[in-house]
Design a protein around this ligand. Structure first.
Ligand code: FAD
Length: 392
């Protein structure tokens, strides 16, 4: 059940959302439930039809901030059915010994959800709302925030079209085209900072009867000082693993060039998991190496015409599992401001960025810091504090 009412305090408008990822599709639901008509443009094909799982991690940790937003649009129960609670961390040492750290008390947990499954569900709900119009294969090439002109390209036909918007929400991710346009406005602050680490997705297969071969309701970590691997459970009995690994150095992507080197390395440092990864070397060379970036910018708003949310305004490294959760919280906060200030979009946009920017900066710093904790000091009692924040 929604925990928040959607009173029609604003006059209905036609709004534009750029990017139908996790944040954009959720945002469109929030806006439509306030009575607005919403045009959502998405560069990719409709993932519900193509079955493609393009992009980043296969599953994500969903925590309280994210749940709050999902509850508010009334879809918490639906998502809960496909979410796996993870009540604790299980640490695997280099000898295969296990140790445990609960995430909280009693039934407190963070939840493993499929990125594509969650995105598809949100898109399905958006499509079911007559006020939302989804436009796939439409890439934003450029826009002018002053004239509110928008240039789109159909990624199938290559055809370009110029259109105008009244109010545009940029939810087009870390490499946002909407933000690029804002960067060309006066006194715009922007920074991006990459870690010297990349990540690689790998897979732990289900058992013969579809069972989980590691503890199901846990987030697994193999901390190894300068690098680490984590694994989150999937509904089909598999686990999605992510290796966070230096680009260069003695143990790095650069040092593992052949299947034999990969196999030998994994057998030495992750011995308990190698038997569960029959596709290890194939996957290692087939799956792309992702980079890890923190992006900060300000302002997030251009007058009352353009607003950035989600990764477009605050991309963070994934070590607190809070990027999507923070983007979902953006939606909750924007919705509260819409409730509070009605038609006063200027106030809503400026209050939104005033409230959210310090929080986004804080989680960006904590996420980098938590990487050092997770890969290195995860057995340290001081770590208990971090776990409490992670579960929020
Ligand atoms: P995106 O998910 O990037 O969506 C942007 C959308 O915009 C995409 O659909 C894209 O196709 C579209 N788009 C882009 N450019 C254009 C354009 N020019 N025109 C039209 N459309 C465009 N977060 C968590 O909360 N928990 C986790 O456990 C977690 N784990 C992670 C693990 C990894 C390895 C990584 C890299 C990230 C992780 N995150 C996690 C962060 C999370 O993935 C992001 O914060 C989240 O995806 C942001 O959602 P978004 O909608 O803002 O951006």
């Amino acid at each position: 059940m929604p925990t928040h009412s959607f009173s029609a305090t604003t006059s209905a408008e036609t709004l534009t959302v750029m990017g139908a990822g996790l944040v954009g599709s959720l945002l469109s639901l929030f806006l439509a439930r306030r009575g607005h008509t919403v045009d959502v443009y998405e560069r990719r094909a409709d993932m519900r039809l193509s079955g493609s799982v393009e992009g980043r991690s296969i599953n994500l940790a969903l925590s309280d901030r994210g749940w709050r937003a999902l509850e508010e649009v009334g879809i918490g129960d639906e998502i809960r059915q496909v979410a796996i609670p993870m009540y604790r961390r299980v640490m695997h040492d280099a000898q295969g010994n296990l140790s445990y750290q609960p995430y909280g008390q009693d039934n407190q947990a963070i939840y493993s959800v499929s990125r594509a499954g969650l995105n598809r569900t949100l898109l399905g709900l958006a499509e079911a709302d007559p006020r939302i119009r989804l436009h796939f294969n439409q890439q934003c090439l450029s826009l002018d925030p002053r004239t509110r002109q928008l240039e789109l390209r159909d990624t199938i036909t290559g055809q370009e079209q110029h259109t105008t918007f009244r109010r545009l929400f940029g939810t087009d991710g870390a490499f946002s085209a909407v933000r690029s346009a804002l960067q060309k406005t006066e006194r715009y602050n922007y920074s991006q900072s990459y870690l010297d680490y990349g990540y690689k997705e790998l897979n732990i297969e289900p058992g013969p009867a579809g069972e989980w071969l590691l503890e199901k309701n846990a987030l697994h970590i193999w901390p190894r000082g300068q690098y680490m691997m984590i694994a989150l459970p999937n509904l089909d009995g598999s686990f999605n693993c992510t290796l966070f690994f230096p680009y260069e150095g003695p143990h790095s992507f650069a040092s593992l060039q052949t299947p034999e080197q990969v196999q030998a390395f994994f057998e030495e440092v992750f011995p308990d998991v190698v038997p569960l990864m029959p596709e290890l070397t194939d996957e290692f060379f087939r799956n792309p190496t992702g980079s890890l970036v923190t992006i900060r910018c300000f302002p997030w708003a251009f007058d009352d015409d353009v607003l950035l949310l989600g990764d477009a305004s605050h991309a963070i490294v994934p070590f607190y599992g809070q990027g999507m959760n923070a983007g979902f919280e953006d939606c909750t906060v924007l919705n509260q401001l819409l409730e509070q200030y009605g038609d006063d979009w200027h106030r809503i946009f400026s209050e939104f960025q005033r409230q959210r920017k310090p929080n986004a900066d804080a989680i960006a710093d904590l996420a980098v810091y938590n990487f050092e904790e997770m890969r290195d000091r995860v057995g340290d009692p001081r770590f208990l504090l971090q776990k409490k924040i992670e579960a929020r």
